[in-house]
Design a protein around this ligand. Structure first.
Ligand code: NDP
Length: 300
């Protein structure tokens, strides 16, 4: 018999830290205990230690917020990427299958190759272009085969928050330092606030959802360059930036990176909206809220 514990792995990442903020106010907190474990407390690549810890904790649900997320570094560090994004997921899934535990796992738009021009559905075939995307796709498969009835995979994209490293925070730093920026304009996707992703996860945990694949974003279909323009505008409005700098479009060819990224990776979130009764979030509104949080932190 599992106890009332929900275990979050990778808890000091963007997703884990955002979830922590919402936990106390969530109705789940009445009947469940949340255990937040980051790599220092539970390194998912140490399979035997993980199994021992899981036996001790005996959670009824695991939220796997841990991942190897350095997309470019993964190209030359594939072993490390697969260890976290595939083998560790397989290990969690095996324990969960043997112990009647539910596993919520997060995956990425980078499992797709970008050859579509309409939003990707959860059932669309994946063809990852990068080592990171391939390792995340392998993690999905490892989970689906080992724990077919008791998992949820949520693919999300362009995740950002006031925590950790992400595009919004990088842009804000560069916009302060530089007199001009050049940003890729021919990759189209959907920014997702970690806050809206957490709202979906909490909804799923409280409704007791069944197995399946879901997509979640804040509903945009924009380029990194358009996103950068919006970040600058919001930051100026929140007085986080004092001046506007020119932001010029770049092509992917002009900005070469070790990892190949999909030219189009918009995810269709309608399954999550319809089945989970979520209100559609607005990407611009979600961005404004995160920039406000960053601005109020900066004032302290
Ligand atoms: P972060 O990189 O912010 O957090 C991941 C966390 O996992 C970090 O705290 C990291 O620790 C930890 N971690 C890494 N290796 C291990 C390990 N061996 N054992 C335990 N913990 C480990 O990721 P996000 O919050 O941004 O991402 C959450 C999920 O969303 C991931 O599954 C990611 O693949 C997915 N995703 C993210 C996107 C993005 O733009 N960020 C886009 C689409 C999907 P440390 O920092 O010390 O390495």
């Amino acid at each position: 018999m599992n106890n009332n514990t929900i275990l979050v792995t990778g808890a000091k990442g963007q997703l884990g830290r955002t979830l922590e903020n919402y936990w106390a106010a969530s109705e789940l907190a009445r009947d469940n205990e949340l255990l937040l474990y980051d790599i220092d407390k539970l390194d998912l690549t140490l399979a035997d230690t993980v199994t021992q810890e899981l036996n001790r904790i005996n959670p009824h649900t695991i939220l796997n917020a841990a991942a190897y997320t350095s997309v470019d570094q993964a190209e030359t560090d594939q072993e490390a990427a697969y260890a976290v994004n595939e083998s560790a997921v397989a290990n969690l899934a095996e324990w969960a299958a043997a112990n009647d535990c539910f596993l919520v796992h997060i995956s990425t738009d980078f499992v797709f190759d970008g050859s579509k021009s309409t939003p990707y559905l959860p059932e669309d075939e994946a063809f990852p272009l990068s080592a990171y995307g391939t390792s995340k796709f392998a993690g999905e498969a490892a989970l689906q085969s080992r724990l077919p009835e008791k998992h949820v995979i949520i693919r999300t994209s362009w995740l950002y928050s006031e925590y950790g490293k992400n595009f919004v925070k990088t842009m804000l730093r560069l916009m302060k330092e530089k007199d001009e920026l050049k940003v890729v304009a021919d990759q189209i996707g959907s920014p997702t606030s970690a806050h809206s992703l957490v709202a979906l996860i909490l909804r799923m945990l409280s409704c007791g959802i069944g197995p399946g694949m879901y997509h979640w974003t804040d509903g945009a279909s924009i380029s990194w360059c358009e996103f950068a323009h919006a970040i600058q505008q919001e930051a100026i409005e929140q007085r986080l930036l004092k001046r506007e700098i020119p932001i010029r479009p770049l092509t992917t060819k002009e900005y070469s990176t070790p990892a190949v990224r999909p030219a189009y990776s918009v995810l269709d979130r309608s399954k999550a909206l319809n089945e989970m009764g979520m209100q559609p979030t607005d990407w611009r509104h979600e961005l404004r809220l995160v920039i406000k949080r960053i601005a109020s932190e900066a004032e302290k």
